[in-house]
Ligand binder design. Sequence first.
Ligand code: ADP
Ligand code: X2W
Length: 300
Amino acid sequence: MSNIEKITAEDKASILVEALPYIQEFYGKTIVIKYGGNAMINEELKQQVMKDIVLMKYVGIRPVIIHGGGPDITSFLKKFGKATEFISGLRVTDKETVQIAEMVLAGKINSEIVNRLNRLGVHAVGLSGKDADLIIAHKKLAEVHDGSDKVQHVDIGYVGEVEKINTPLINDLLDKDYVPVIAPIGAGKADESFNINADYVAAEIAGALQAEKLLLLTDTKGIYRDFEDKSSFISTLTQNEAKKLINSGNIAGGMIPKVEACLHALDSGTGKACIIDGRESHSLILELFTSQGIGTEVVR
Ligand SMILES: Nc1ncnc2c1ncn2[C@@H]1O[C@H](COP(=O)(O)OP(=O)(O)O)[C@@H](O)[C@H]1O
Ligand SMILES: CC(=O)N[C@@H](CCC(=O)OP(=O)(O)O)C(=O)O
């Protein structure tokens, strides 16, 4: 007999009733979810994440999905014979790379997520930053930390920084009951495309919408003081500690944009920002509808 079969009818009812205060708290609220490429591991997990989003929608939450797809971009670059390089968690992006990134993010991953959500009974709409100028962007330089207080700025090509979000478009879609699914490609003013780290896009959108929460789904339990030491898990990370850990190199690679994104989202009016484990079954509904705090909450 599986564990779920051992749960009595009374247990099942009390699990549902325990969710009631959280359902009331989030009813009508906007929650921005960043669905990272490293959390898109297998069919079962992908489908669980989709079901969690559908459940959120059906209990009256306004979910907005920003997706990544870094590992898929890397494997397509390889097929085209192109190498991958990251600087401070950002992909070095030449003209061909931005075309491939746009093809993979807007063409492949976005439509896959939209289709899955629609099959599960919500009306999802896929957008890239170019649709109705959803994301206007300009060039971003990478910041390289060398352990001292000095920061070096490095040109990494067609990597963008968000300049403006078409907030009314997202609100219109939410008001009409659609679930927006957004690919992190920015529209440049000279007709160029920009590849933007999805964490930054999610933060800008969470701020623009004054979202209740920003949830970043990734492939670790959250943030560690020392990534090699699993006993150094941090459940609440302050801005001061974040800065120290980035400067010392303890927060590195793809975790840097995530932490910066959380701090920016909080600064621009998002209620809460959390990094949670997208590899854990139903991490979204556990985070939202139970008292079980999972992941790392970033605070000012
Ligand atoms: N201090 C840290 N705590 C947790 N993860 C860290 C830390 N420093 C670096 N990382 C790395 O950041 C990764 C998450 O970023 P990334 O691979 O870009 O994920 P995603 O595809 O979800 O955006 C983790 O898998 C881990 O390797
Ligand atoms: C500039 C930059 O790094 N862009 C990212 C965009 C995709 C992304 O953010 O994907 P994940 O969320 O899966 O990491 C990239 O090219 O990988």
